[in-house]
Design a protein. Structure first.
Length: 364
C-alpha cells in the first residue's frame, strides 16, 4: 500500500479522524440537519463503507468517483465509515466530500425562467471534471446541467448559454436548439462584468476558438493513444467538428474580396503572399481575424493571421505572408528538417474549416 495524500472537501464536515489508512473513523456534521450527498473519489481504486454497509467497490487502475445520497443525517452525531484505498504506482489522492441535498432547485429555476424575458444560463466544468491528473470520460456537460438546460428550454426558448470551462465541450443538443452561446472560459474576477458588457452590446466580441470543439469522444482516439495524426487537433481531424479551431462570431458582418496570390511557383527562398481587402458591412464597429492555412500531404496548418478592427462601412487592404522556410517538416529518414517540394494548397478564411479562397502553388 503506497502512502496516500488526503484531501477533505466540504464545509459541512466538523470533525474527521483518519490518520491511519484502512482504519475505522467517523465524521460529525457541524450544521444543517437533513439529507446529504456524500462524494468519495480517488486516483485508482477504493472501497467505501458507510455505517457498516459497502457503498463503493471500485478497485481498478482508473480514476474512481462516486456520489450517493446518505439519507437523513443529524448534526453532532458520529457517522462511522471506512475507506480502503488502492494505488498502483505514483502519487495517490482520496477525497471525501459532503453537501446538503436541497430539493426543489430545478423546479424553482424553471418557474423563474417562465416569467423571464431572457434566460442567461451559466453552465460548464469545474475541478472535479477537468484538472491535472484527471482524464475526462466524456466531453459532454454534466448530466444535471443538461437536464437543467432542457427543462428551462421547455418553458422559455429565449436562452443565452454562457460556458465557464477550461477545455473543449461537446454540445450537440445545445448547438441545435440554443440560439446564443458565449464561450467565456474561466474569465477571472472581472469575468462577470466582461460577460455583461458582451450580452448588453457594450462590447462587440471578436474572439476565436484556440482549440477544436468536437461533436463527441467518438471523433477522438482513446485517451492513452497519443498519436496526434488520429484526428487530434484541427490539423488532422477529417470529420466535421462541432465548432472548428479559429471559429468565432461578431455583432457585425464583414466582406472579404479582391483576394489573390500573385506568385504561383516559388523556391525555398521565397515568401507566400496573399493580398485581400476587408470591409465592415454591418451596423457597428468590430474586428475580424483573417487566417491563412497552408496544406500539404493532407495536413493543414495555420501559418499567419491578422486581426483587423474596422468601423461601420470602413474597408482595409492587407497582406498575409508565409516564408517558405517556415514550411519545414521533420524527415525521420534524414533526421533533419526539410522543405518538401510539390503542390501546396493556400487557404484563406475565418476558421480552419470554412475558406473563401483556395489556391494551389508549386514549391521547387
Amino acid at each position: 500500500m503506497i502512502k496516500m495524500n488526503y484531501k477533505i472537501i466540504g464545509k459541512y464536515i466538523k470533525d474527521l479522524n483518519f490518520n491511519i489508512p484502512n482504519s475505522k473513523t467517523f465524521f460529525l456534521l457541524s450544521k444543517e440537519i437533513g439529507n446529504y450527498k456524500i462524494n468519495v473519489n480517488g486516483i485508482d481504486g477504493l472501497k467505501f463503507y458507510f455505517q457498516g454497509d459497502l457503498i463503493i467497490d471500485k478497485v481498478s487502475e482508473n480514476y474512481s468517483h462516486t456520489t450517493f445520497e446518505s439519507g437523513y443525517l443529524l448534526a453532532d452525531t458520529p457517522y462511522p465509515y471506512v475507506i480502503e484505498y488502492y494505488e498502483d504506482e505514483g502519487w495517490g489522492e482520496v477525497r471525501l466530500g459532503l453537501s446538503p441535498i436541497k430539493n426543489g432547485l430545478l423546479e424553482d429555476a424553471v418557474q423563474k425562467a417562465k416569467s423571464a424575458e431572457v434566460v442567461v444560463l451559466c453552465l460548464g466544468t469545474y475541478d472535479y471534471i477537468e484538472s491535472e491528473g484527471k482524464d475526462r470520460a466524456s466531453l459532454n456537460l454534466p448530466e444535471n446541467q443538461i437536464a437543467l438546460m432542457k427543462n428551462i428550454y421547455e418553458v422559455n426558448k429565449n436562452i443565452v448559454l454562457v460556458l465557464i470551462n477550461g477545455s473543449s465541450i461537446s454540445l450537440p443538443w445545445a448547438s441545435e436548439n440554443i440560439s446564443s452561446i458565449v464561450e467565456a472560459w474561466y474569465p477571472g474576477q472581472s469575468g462577470g462584468s466582461a460577460i455583461a458588457e458582451v450580452l448588453f452590446g457594450d462590447f462587440n466580441p471578436g474572439g476565436k476558438l484556440p482549440i477544436t470543439f468536437y461533436k463527441g469522444i467518438n471523433q477522438l482516439p482513446p485517451f492513452d493513444d497519443y498519436d496526434i495524426r488520429k484526428g487530434r487537433t484541427y490539423m488532422y481531424l477529417e470529420d466535421e467538428p462541432l465548432y472548428p479551431f479559429g471559429y468565432g462570431l461578431s455583432y457585425t458582418s464583414f466582406e472579404i474580396k479582391n483576394i489573390y496570390c500573385k506568385e504561383k511557383k516559388l523556391s525555398t527562398e521565397d515568401t507566400i503572399k496573399v493580398n485581400f481587402e476587408i470591409m465592415n458591412i454591418g451596423d457597428r464597429e468590430g474586428s475580424e481575424v483573417i487566417q491563412l492555412y497552408v496544406e500539404n500531404g493532407g495536413v493543414k496548418k495555420l501559418k499567419d493571421f491578422k486581426r483587423i478592427f474596422l468601423n461601420k462601412n470602413e474597408s482595409f487592404s492587407s497582406i498575409l505572408k508565409v516564408p517558405i522556410s517556415e514550411l519545414k517538416v521533420w524527415d525521420e529518414h534524414k533526421e533533419r528538417y526539410v522543405i518538401n517540394s510539390g503542390t501546396y494548397a493556400i487557404n484563406l478564411g475565418t476558421n480552419s474549416q470554412e475558406f473563401f479562397f483556395s489556391e494551389a502553388i508549386e514549391i521547387k
